[in-house]
Ligand binder design. Sequence first.
Ligand code: NAP
Length: 316
Amino acid sequence: MNNQNIAYDLEDLAKWHEGSSILTPPATLSVFGDPVKHSLSPHMHNPALHNCGIDGQYVKIRVPEVKFKETLSAIYNLGFKGTNCTIPLKFAALNACDHIDSTAKRMGAVNTISFENGKVIGSNSDGPGLVRAIREEFSIDIRDLRVMILGAGGGAGRAVAIQCAMEKVERLVLVNRTKEKAEKLSHELSSDLMDESIHKDSSRLKVTEWSEEGLESEISDIDLIINASSLGMKNSDPELVSQNLLKPHHLIYDMIYSPSKTRLSRNAKSVGARTANGLSMLLHQGAISFETWFNQEAPVEVMRKGLKDAIELESN
Ligand code: NAP
């Protein structure tokens, strides 16, 4: 049995070795989430495992937060190599690890767990995945850019902002509906981006109102605009940035990947700006997790095709 669309649970794991539950190839990796049915991760990891000749299968497991440690022990005892953790379990994952890498520590969130010599090792590939995605999409390193994050107070926005600070981007402007969250985050990041901007007239780290005036006051000193808010998936969602503020030199990275084009990206394209959607971030965070588990380069193009095929299937 090999079904990428099933979401298993702790009860299924308890009878994993019974006849009807045996998977071929055997399950050795997973994504924990609650809900988890929507996860596209199996669609990139299973083709990657197959392509690399690795005997194993990546499955989805629905894990209520209170059952996190129990489920982690269950997959360890079943011989899994590790698991990804998605919303809302990235914080529970942090507490279940024996060792956490510096990025995960900084983000306060773990999205990749590997079992090594009986220890639970946690890391976070979300921010590093974005760094690779920006390099791939725009042929430039994020550290050389002046970045504005829309939705900086959410889980994704926070991870991206911390990564930007760790990369020491040229300039970072945080925008969030609830401004206090962006201000708190800015306070956290201030020691990373303490020194003056090379652009003398603008401060290197700033919070601005999510309003026409707030955006207008900062956007001319920005190269890359990242939408990390949950707005943009629906046609009825409000315009995130007025079209008249978008300029041809802007790079727009919308973390949304379904739909592949949002109003923000369409508006940006029509003024001659370059745009990309969040598929590349999803892909590269997955590729980094794969590299963590197997200590070998991930077959990125195979993974990309798996993701694209799954999204296309979903949208038909
Ligand atoms: P989240 O934690 O729920 O954060 C939502 C963010 O959107 C917050 O900043 C929130 O502002 C803002 N927001 C929500 N409704 C709003 C509204 N009506 N007006 C203005 N701002 C609003 O969600 P998340 O997990 O960070 O995910 C955010 C987006 O990133 C989603 O679209 C998700 O699919 C995408 N994402 C993509 C990837 C990828 O790999 N491409 C990875 C992770 C997430 P407040 O703080 O004021 O509530």
